[in-house]
Design a protein around this ligand. Structure first.
Ligand SMILES: *[C@@H]1O[C@H](CO)[C@@H](O)[C@H](O)[C@H]1NC(C)=O
Ligand SMILES: *[C@@H]1O[C@H](CO)[C@@H](O)[C@H](O)[C@H]1NC(C)=O
Ligand SMILES: *[C@@H]1O[C@H](CO)[C@@H](O)[C@H](O)[C@H]1NC(C)=O
Ligand SMILES: *[C@@H]1O[C@H](CO)[C@@H](O)[C@H](O)[C@H]1NC(C)=O
Ligand SMILES: *[C@@H]1O[C@H](CO)[C@@H](O)[C@H](O)[C@H]1NC(C)=O
Ligand SMILES: *[C@@H]1O[C@H](CO)[C@@H](O)[C@H](O)[C@H]1NC(C)=O
Length: 348
């Protein structure tokens, strides 16, 4: 009701969650259009239900069709995922989905500041069909072994900035689906987690392209991947271009740099109607990436046989194997160049 009133108010309004108390909130749709800027000022803790009845559904908080939205405050979204993770059976085939903590759909101009999301049931944040989105000083936490607790997933959105944030979770820290454009990630701590992933891409026909993602001045601590680009081994065509990864520190990361156009877990792609990956990856720059790799194979650039990667640049790479021997790299179906010091020795 507070949302409805603030949204209807001419000139906008504030919905306040007071700092004293913990507020149990059942799944809620917060919908626009509103008559002005609407601000969710979260000073206290919001608590998701631990009842099994609420362990399914699309999201816990869904924001839909709003222009000018602010979500801020030192409050926390407590997802109570620990009570729902046992119902996540998605590893074993078709399953009921658990809800995402915060879903932003069709939102133009949104600022999310100082917020914490703890133990989401599925992903923490999902951004779809939005323009002009800023996450600043956001904290995302879930255990390393929690299932599918992606930090921030972005798709079909333009103009997204994620800065000064800490993401420690069980799946990708940040992931990008089709149609992600003009993204700027600066000063993010990722780990534990699966790193920053572009993909998986190409599962469906007519996926929009991905263009213009920059990740800079960030660190990855004990993650599965650092920067990953992943397409299904049998995938429909689209283009991923203009990506820049610069000034990144890796601490004991399993695969710090990886392009995998041969992704097919549990043979899940075998009934796709295409036989190879048709996704073109081009103009990707890796510059000043340093630290340690937990596996000897620190750089994997495995591209498509039919549309080889183009314009891949490795500049000043220093990734030492945290073990005996020197780190290594592999290249397949790729065109590009390397300059400056290269550890592992470049295969380009
Ligand atoms: C974020 O938190 C800091 C420290 O409490 C405060 O100074 C700042 O105003 C907050 N920003 C917003 C947008 O609430
Ligand atoms: C970032 O948010 C945290 C709360 O999660 C707050 O304690 C801290 O002061 C904020 N930092 C800044 C620089 O606003
Ligand atoms: C990304 O953000 C950083 C820090 O705020 C800024 O310096 C840089 O210009 C931005 N880059 C783009 C492409 O917006
Ligand atoms: C690359 O992406 C950036 C945004 O990250 C954009 O500003 C720039 O125009 C793009 N460059 C090309 C050649 O598309
Ligand atoms: C090497 O790996 C061990 C765990 O196997 C870890 O404790 C240590 O911090 C790592 N060192 C570096 C420099 O990454
Ligand atoms: C690279 O991809 C090819 C298929 O295109 C696959 O056969 C090979 O095992 C992959 N290599 C690595 C090291 O992942």
């Amino acid at each position: 009701m507070a949302w409805r009133d603030a949204c209807a108010n001419k000139g906008g309004g504030v919905v306040l969650v007071p700092s004293i108390g913990r507020f149990l909130v059942l799944p809620v749709l917060l919908q626009g259009p509103c008559n002005g800027l609407i601000q969710l000022q979260i000073n206290g803790d919001l608590l998701a239900s631990s009842d099994k009845a609420f362990a399914t559904g699309y999201s816990w908080f869904k924001f839909y069709r709003v222009t000018n939205l602010v979500i801020q405050g030192l409050g926390r979204f407590l997802g109570q995922g620990e009570t729902a993770w046992p119902y996540n059976t998605c590893k074993h085939g078709p399953c009921t989905r658990l809800p995402i903590t915060i879903s932003l759909q069709s939102i133009d101009i949104v600022r999310i500041t100082n917020i914490t999301s703890l133990n989401s049931k599925l992903g923490h944040f999902k951004v779809h069909g939005c323009n002009d989105v800023v996450f600043d000083n956001v904290t995302v936490i879930a255990p390393e072994d929690s299932p599918n607790t992606d930090g921030i997933h972005i798709s079909k959105s333009t103009g997204v900035t994620i800065m000064n944030s800490i993401i420690a979770t069980g799946d990708d820290c940040i992931s990008f689906g089709p149609g992600s454009k003009d993204v700027n990630i600066t000063n993010v701590h990722c780990g534990p987690g699966h790193g920053i992933s572009i993909g998986s891409l190409g599962k469906y026909q007519n996926e929009p392209n991905i263009d213009g993602i920059t990740v800079r001045d960030s660190k990855f601590v004990g993650t599965k991947n650092g920067i990953q680009i992943k397409t299904w081994s049998k995938s429909y065509s689209s283009v991923v271009s203009n990506l820049t990864f610069v000034n990144l520190k890796m601490y004991n990361v399993e695969s710090p740099i990886i392009i995998n156009q041969n992704y097919c877990p549990h043979n899940a792609c075998n009934n796709n109607k295409v036989s190879v990956s048709r996704i073109q990856i081009k103009d990707v720059k890796y510059e000043n990436i340093r630290g340690t790799s937990a596996k000897q194979l620190a750089v994997t650039l495995n591209c498509s046989q039919v549309v080889p990667c183009q314009g891949i640049v490795l500049n000043n790479i220093n990734l030492a194997f945290n073990g005996t021997g020197s780190s290594t790299s592999i290249c397949q179906n790729i065109k590009g160049s390397a300059s400056g010091p290269q550890l592992p020795p470049s295969c380009l």
